[in-house]
Unconditional design. Structure first.
Length: 298
């Protein structure tokens, strides 16, 4: 009996020690994973803006994140935006709540740092504290990055997720201030290798670059052979006439991938929908900021 008790105690201590070690390992790797995700996301964002190796990001360029939430209270649902407010050293965050018609309901100051705002758990906690009892805010998985240079707005960065042929396709878009497309990155997908998976290739995704907002609204997919000169220009083999070739096709429909029309159309329709929704929402938010004289750094 004594031996059995000794064995049980030793096994219990071993399990507790193993759990402790695994817990520490999980915390450490989780932090490293989050850091790597942030670094990779920044690389993609700056790449879409044209800042790569040999073209460093100027100190005058700033990125400001805006987070969209669905707010629920006894009166119903509304839309909330966590936005950076103020300018220069006098900056902070506010949670701006709009009704479904885009009219301001209220503005709540939120006590949170920029670093904590980037983390979902700390951001949600700060917003909950600002709202108080009776209101619930659920993140709509909708983050927009507003890019400025010397204080002037120059671009938008936004994520999109939509159905593909097999599963969801996640993308990141860089837009001009008039909502024309500046760049497109395929972040995640499960399309078939050699077919739909070609959506991540330059000769497909770069067809969207330069498309104006007006062109995007009616953009379609065509099952025609992709012109060789156009494909080379999109892959960076521009030559002397590369710019002219890209200009020639800027309002053209998207050439479908061979054997993957469904994937091609999924990306095209997904990008169209993502940009259209964003343009509608940011215009409403900008109007409220202007009407209410809310000072923001972007």
């Amino acid at each position: 009996m004594k031996n059995i008790i000794t064995i049980i105690i030793r096994l219990t201590l071993s399990c507790l020690l193993a759990a402790f070690v695994m817990g520490i390992f999980f915390v450490m790797t989780s932090k490293a994973k989050k850091h790597n995700e942030h670094v990779n996301e920044e690389k993609v964002m700056y790449s879409l803006l044209g800042y790569k190796v040999g073209a460093p990001v100027p100190e005058t360029v700033k990125l400001y994140a805006v987070y969209r939430y669905i707010v629920t209270d006894p009166a119903g649902k509304s839309i909330g935006y966590l936005v950076p407010t103020g300018q220069g050293a006098e900056t902070g965050f506010s949670f701006i709540i709009l009704d479904l018609d885009g009219k301001l309901i209220e503005q709540k100051p939120v006590t949170v740092t920029a670093d904590d705002a980037a983390e979902a758990e700390s951001r949600d906690k700060a917003i909950k504290a600002a709202l108080g009892a009776g209101k619930e805010a659920v993140y709509a998985d909708d983050k927009t990055i507003i890019v400025t240079d010397n204080g002037a707005r120059t671009a938008y960065l936004l994520s999109g997720k939509f159905a593909g042929f097999k599963a969801s396709i996640s993308v990141m878009l860089a837009l001009k201030t008039d909502f024309g497309i500046r760049g497109l990155a395929i972040v995640e997908h499960e399309e078939d290798p050699g077919l739909g998976a070609e959506i991540e290739k330059g000769y497909f995704k770069n067809q969207f670059i330069g498309k104006s907002f007006a062109t995007l609204k009616t953009l379609d997919v065509v099952k025609e052979p992709l012109p060789d000169a156009y494909a080379k220009a999109m892959e960076g083999v521009k030559g002397e006439d590369g710019g002219k070739i890209l200009e020639q096709y800027k309002d053209h429909a998207i050439y479908a991938l061979t054997g993957a029309t469904i994937s091609s159309r999924a990306v095209t329709n997904g990008v169209k929908g993502t940009v259209a929704k964003f343009a509608y929402r940011i215009n409403i938010l900008d109007n409220v900021l202007k009407e209410q004289h809310i000072v923001v750094p972007f």
